[in-house]
Write a protein that binds this ligand. Structure first.
Ligand code: KIV
Length: 300
């Protein structure tokens, strides 16, 4: 099924060559106290940009449902669509740890389904690891996928796949009870075998308590500075998405505006005749052109 070169994990599955080293590097960053940088990417150009920028982890997030495919919810993206985006990202990087996000409806109902879906991300898309949302019943899914030789990143706090509408996309853990549950979920995910855990939209003071109790790295998004790493969505941090976005989004570029300006300049030049110039076209030898003219019928 796979065209990738692979590392064989005895008795389990095959992961891309160098996978174990890439994973070990993340654990080493955590031990060294070096902040881990994760960025989402969904295509070859995005993954190349992340690799060139020295990013530690690329997540092909199901946020691609919104920012790439234009769906209203991450619940709308299919497994085949996620695999297509993930394969594209893998073509853009051989050296960055690549994580595939298991989409809504493809892992929750049974351990067997979770393993089958995770295997597709590894074998068909060259992922080093997968991510899934939630704890509780999902702890069994995590254990099963890890037992199949596939590293798992957990996800606590705001779980976008559980949100039925935009009003449910809000911070979590703002009451003591909810915050305690999030911390317990993160610790349970670590015990279940997760190598890292995303903490989304949780008060900084709660994430600090959580991060101090975890051995594996907690990667925050809207979770303050005390976690072991940060993740932002590619389109948000580069200003490709419109609007300010969530409270935690910081823009490091304004690509949407720059793209529109560039396309406008192209359109203006096409309309004015300034583009293309002779240097943008190919030449044909005069004798070939003469021969061509002889071969084609005269117009009219
Ligand atoms: O899909 C995604 O982009 C994510 C990040 C927010 C962690 O899950």
């Amino acid at each position: 099924m796979s065209s990738h070169s692979v590392d064989t994990v005895p008795g389990t599955t095959t992961r891309p060559a160098g996978s174990a080293e890439r994973l070990a590097r993340i654990a080493a960053l955590r031990r060294a106290g070096t902040p881990i940088v994760m960025v989402t990417a969904y295509d070859v150009a995005g993954a190349r940009a992340c690799q060139a920028a020295g990013i530690d982890i690329i997540l092909v997030g199901d946020s691609g449902a919104n920012v790439v495919l234009g769906y209203a919810s991450t619940r709308d993206v299919s497994l085949d669509e996620m695999l297509m985006l993930t394969r594209a990202a893998r073509r853009g990087t051989s050296s960055v740890l690549l994580i595939g996000d298991l989409p809504f409806g493809t892992y929750e109902s049974s351990d067997d389904l979770a393993v089958a879906t995770a295997l597709r991300f590894v074998e068909e898309a060259g992922c080093d690891a997968v991510k899934l949302e939630g704890a509780g019943e999902m702890l069994s899914r995590v254990r099963a996928v890890v037992a199949a030789g596939i590293p798992v990143m957990g996800h606590v706090g705001l779980l976008p796949q559980g949100a039925r509408d935009a009003s449910e996309l809000r911070a979590r853990g703002r009451s003591a009870d909810e915050a305690r549950q999030i911390i317990e979920d993160a610790l349970a995910l670590e015990r279940a075998g997760c190598f890292s855990i995303v903490v989304e939209a949780v008060p900084a003071a709660v994430s600090e308590l959580l991060a101090a109790r975890l051995t594996v790295p907690a990667i925050g998004i809207g979770a303050g500075a005390a976690v072991h790493g940060q993740v932002l969505v590619y389109h948000d941090l580069l200003g490709i998405t419109e609007g300010a976005g969530a409270k935690f989004v910081k823009r490091y570029a304004e690509i949407a505006a720059e793209s529109a300006a560039g396309i406008r300049r192209f359109a203006d030049e096409v309309r004015s005749g300034a583009y293309p110039q002779p240097e943008h076209t190919y030449r044909i030898a005069p004798e070939e052109l003469e021969e061509l003219r002889r071969q084609i019928p005269t117009r009219g």
